[in-house]
Design a protein around this ligand. Structure first.
Ligand SMILES: Cc1ncc(COP(=O)(O)O)c(C=O)c1O
Length: 362
């Protein structure tokens, strides 16, 4: 055994680092980013605000103004919010704060349906947790029987439910999620609303009104990444205040730079109209792209997100490779029942046209 093997946690040896292709394709439709860059006017506003930061001081460790804006936008009170450097950081913090042992002799467990956002499993495994995966049904919905059984059997500390889900693009069954939250009060349910701005169910329906109290075991994750601010890394989680207090104990005090805080405030206030207009354009392009793909014989599942989950009827990894050679990046999946699908981020009109043109060619 080498010195390195003795020093690092053994489970890390079996985990590959998160990989992102080094050279982005010119037509980049593989990362579920917002298609539209910010306007010049918005950039100027940001530059002005960032220039006035007291650069010699540490950032506001409580992100006071940003949390107030988040509460105004997503409901609840500022004290129910914890902010992070993207929702990725909050996923890691949630995992670290809920790591108590349930079953003596077995590591804590996280449960999530598959396919879904890969970071739930990656972060859990890097922390030495068990990752319990419950396959979605053929309609990409939660499987009530298998999900309940797995919850009863494994008593996971945490359940992650991305709704709308990635890569499948659909909302998960709200009534069933609400039942689970009530039936398993000792498990923290994290509903990930990263793609909510593009959903027909835009407002989170649990609790029913913005001001209503959250169930004790519910956390709602959000991010500004999908609405044009991915570079700034701004995520938040809304949860009952008592839980937020605990999460703040494991959060590093200056985890969100003042630059990110100022950009977040602007995005939620002065830039909100521009961002909302971008979302509308993405929704219109989503319809047009789905029709264009359908004309080529590719069926896409109904989408509540800024991407399409498209059945290509063939080995999608090979198709994605050929598209990439032509300068178009889409996301393919090699495993089993996902192998015919691609996940295509909705681009600008020109990008979507380029994808359709190259698809026709290859
Ligand atoms: C479902 C879901 N949640 C969270 C994230 C991560 O978002 P952030 O950029 O805020 O870390 C992604 C990113 O693709 C995602 O698909």
């Amino acid at each position: 055994m080498s010195a390195l093997q003795r020093i690092i946690r053994p489970e890390l040896a079996h985990i590959a680092p998160y990989g992102v292709p080094r050279n982005a394709a010119p037509t980049k439709l593989d990362a579920n980013e917002c298609a539209f860059p910010l306007s010049e006017a918005a950039r100027e506003k940001i530059a002005e605000r960032v220039a006035s930061i007291p650069w010699h001081r540490y950032p506001d460790p409580r992100a006071t103004e940003l949390r107030a804006c988040l509460a105004a936008r997503y409901g609840g009170t500022p004290d129910e919010y914890v902010v992070g450097s993207g929702s990725d950081e909050l996923i890691a913090l949630l995992i670290s704060v809920c790591s108590g042992t349930r079953n003596p002799g077995t590591p804590p467990a996280v449960l999530y349906p598959t396919p879904t956002f890969v970071m739930y499993g990656i972060i859990a495994r890097t922390q030495g947790w068990r990752a319990i995966e419950v396959p979605l049904t053929d309609a990409w919905q939660l499987d009530p029987g298998r999900t309940r059984d797995a919850l009863a059997k494994h008593a996971p500390n945490l359940v992650f439910l991305a709704s709308p889900n990635s890569p499948t693009g659909n909302e998960l069954d709200l009534a069933f999620m609400s039942q689970l939250i009530a039936e398993f009060p000792d498990t923290l349910f994290v509903i990930d609303r990263a793609y909510a701005p593009f959903s027909s169910r835009r407002a989170w329906g649990e609790p029913p009104s913005k001001a209503a109290r959250l169930p004790e075991n519910l956390a709602i994750l959000n991010t500004l990444s999908k609405i044009g601010m991915a570079a700034a890394r701004i995520g938040c989680v809304r949860m009952p205040e008592g839980l937020a207090v605990e999460l703040n104990k494991v959060r590093l005090p200056f985890n969100l730079s003042q630059v990110a805080q100022e950009v977040g405030v602007l995005a939620l206030t002065e830039l909100r109209m521009e961002i909302d207009a971008c979302v509308e354009q993405i929704l219109a392009e989503r319809r047009r792209l789905a029709e264009g793909l359908s004309d080529l014989g590719f069926a896409s599942a109904p989408s509540d997100a800024n991407f399409l989950w498209t059945d290509t009827g063939q080995e999608s990894a090979e198709l994605a490779r050929r598209l990439r050679e032509e300068g178009v990046g889409v996301r393919s999946f090699s495993q089993g029942r996902l192998a015919r699908h691609v996940r295509i981020t909705v681009g600008t009109a020109a990008e979507n046209d380029e994808l359709l043109r190259q698809l026709r060619r290859v």
